[in-house]
Design a protein around this ligand. Structure first.
Ligand SMILES: [Zn+2]
Length: 238
């Protein structure tokens, strides 16, 4: 660290330099915003007036919080086209009220046609879940990915290359999260009412920027296994 010096064996942190660096990276955000507004208005003087009118996205993106995988940039879409939920390692747990609220709103109010779980190779969350180190609170979240590992340990234990093992777990994690979404009452009830809702699994390759469709798309509850397939009419009758 350039701002750190050793004095009598003790580390001295130059807080003034840190504050300067912090304020310049922060003020850059405000400047960038103003420049973005200027660019947008130069292209279309009504841009923000139209954007403020409302949204009707056809896609819900459930991705990783990693700063390198922004939904709009990856898919070449504009503001208003993708409804987004992100968390560490794109996990979909049926007790996560945040994810369920986003899913319910997207499916039942916005009537999105595609729900995409988007993981990415080299995911730090997935790699952390593979290790036995403790990282703090996040270990409880990563436990869901350890569960995915346990489900697929026969395959994963045979992979000796660590990078290949992380990347295969990234794919399997996305597949399991797609499966988890399909098990929710939100998706299953929507499928009873309409046939234009699909759930997909993708992995983004950060090295090339390209998306790999894992071909696990689902548009009905019939391949979930009888344990998870809910009889919606029986519930409604009670
Ligand atoms: Zn990640």
């Amino acid at each position: 660290m350039s701002t750190q010096e050793k004095t009598n064996g003790k580390a001295v942190i130059d807080t003034n330099n840190i504050k300067l660096a912090q304020s310049s990276s922060y003020s850059a955000l405000i400047k960038n915003n103003a420049a973005w507004v200027e660019r947008k208005l130069a292209e279309d003087g009504e841009y923000f007036k139209n954007l403020a009118k409302g949204q009707s996205p056809e896609v819900l993106w459930i991705g990783c919080s990693d700063s390198r995988v922004p939904a709009n940039e990856v898919t070449g879409t504009k503001p208003g086209e993708v409804f987004v939920h992100r968390n560490i390692a794109n996990v979909c747990v049926h007790s996560d009220m945040n994810m369920l609220s986003v899913l319910d709103y997207a499916v039942n109010v916005l009537k999105v046609k595609h729900v995409i779980v988007a993981g990415h190779y080299g995911c730090g969350g997935v790699a952390a879940a593979m290790s036995s180190k403790q990282f703090g609170l996040i270990d409880n979240w990563l436990r869901h990915i350890k569960d995915v590992y346990r489900l697929h340990s026969h395959e994963l234990d045979r992979i000796t290359d660590e990078t290949a093992k992380v990347n295969r777990l990234v794919e399997l994690n996305v597949t399991e999260q797609v499966y988890n979404l399909c098990k929710t009452t939100i998706i299953q009830n929507a499928w009873k009412e309409r046939h234009d809702l699909e759930v997909h699994g993708w992995v983004i390759d950060l090295g090339s920027g390209l998306v790999k469709d894992l071909k696990v798309s689902s548009s009905s509850p019939h391949n979930l296994g009888y344990v998870y397939e809910l009889d919606v009419e029986a519930v409604a009758a009670h």
